[in-house]
Design a protein around this ligand. Structure first.
Ligand SMILES: CC(C)(COP(=O)(O)OP(=O)(O)OC[C@H]1O[C@@H](n2cnc3c(N)ncnc32)[C@H](O)[C@@H]1OP(=O)(O)O)[C@@H](O)C(=O)NCCC(=O)NCCS
Length: 242
């Protein structure tokens, strides 16, 4: 290829890329960050302290209730998604929500939750719902994934590994490095021990009592007849110490 033709080709490619970039930019519209004030009034704002929100599509809403305390959080949001985080006095740290290609998906984190580090992948499939109940405590390095990200196809050409929503009940403690997969439905008051792999098969038949789940895949270590508390054991068993 002559130098002139090469120059023309490069110019064409660069121009094409620039057009694509502007096309992409023009698609990004009608997104909102809403703050729900303590008196219930709603205000639209541009930035949230401690949280970077990158809108990559249209008509999405990120709704945050006061008070909130984000540290180093990052959300990527596609089309028509709703992310709502209710009021909490605890820190929400290192919460990453990749929802770039997601459409019509919803994430609700109910009131009084704390997060030390979690990645909630709404990224892959449309119409996903992830709900985290009130007063949940999410430790470090947690992954929540309501779809597999890639299809497994049977001989009829249908994908067999369908995505399923994830429901985490109220007052659930998720230990460090847990992986919660599609279809998880974790009963109120439960604990997931460190490094638990919780799948839909781990859902107990009786979801009216709390459980301690442990292992890969999760098995029941204990059920009913306990509650967990954010305080450490010293707070309750002081008599055992000098
Ligand atoms: C689940 C947990 C609360 C249970 O504590 P515990 O009631 O004192 O349980 P024990 O240490 O007596 O262990 C009981 C049994 O469960 C097993 N076990 C405990 N934690 C386990 C885990 N995470 N995965 C697999 N097995 C586990 C033990 O090996 C033991 O097995 P055995 O009966 O065969 O001997 C605790 O082990 C745990 O994982 N804590 C989470 C810590 C964490 O992530 N903290 C983050 C702070 S936010």
């Amino acid at each position: 290829m002559s130098r002139n033709n090469l120059y023309r080709l490069l110019k064409h490619l660069t121009f094409g890329k620039t057009c694509k970039y502007f096309d992409m930019l023009s698609r990004i519209k009608n997104n909102k960050i809403l703050i729900v004030k303590k008196d219930g009034k709603i205000k639209e704002i541009k930035k949230v302290k401690g949280l970077t929100i990158k809108f990559l599509g249209q008509n999405s809403v990120v709704k945050i209730h006061e008070p909130y305390r984000f540290i180093n959080c990052y959300f990527e949001v596609g089309d028509d998604n709703i992310i709502e985080i209710k009021q909490t006095n605890f820190y929400i740290k290192d919460l990453i929500i990749p929802a770039r290609m997601s459409r019509y998906s919803k994430l609700l984190i109910d009131s009084d939750c704390s997060v030390e580090g979690a990645k909630i992948w709404l990224h892959d499939e449309p119409e996903r719902i992830v709900k985290i109940g009130k007063d949940c405590m999410l430790s470090f390095d947690i992954t929540i994934w309501p779809s597999d990200g890639h299809a497994i196809i049977d001989d009829k050409g249908d994908a067999i590994n369908k995505p399923k929503n994830i429901m985490i009940g109220n007052h659930v403690w998720v230990g460090t490095q847990c992986l919660i997969l599609k279809g998880a439905n974790i009963p109120d008051g439960s604990i997931l021990g460190a490094r638990t792999l919780y799948t839909s098969a781990s859902n107990p038949k009786n979801s009216k009592k709390p459980y301690i789940f442990c292992g890969q895949p999760a098995k029941v270590l204990k059920s009913g007849n306990f509650i967990w508390d954010r305080n450490n054991t010293y707070y309750f068993n002081k008599k055992d110490y000098k």
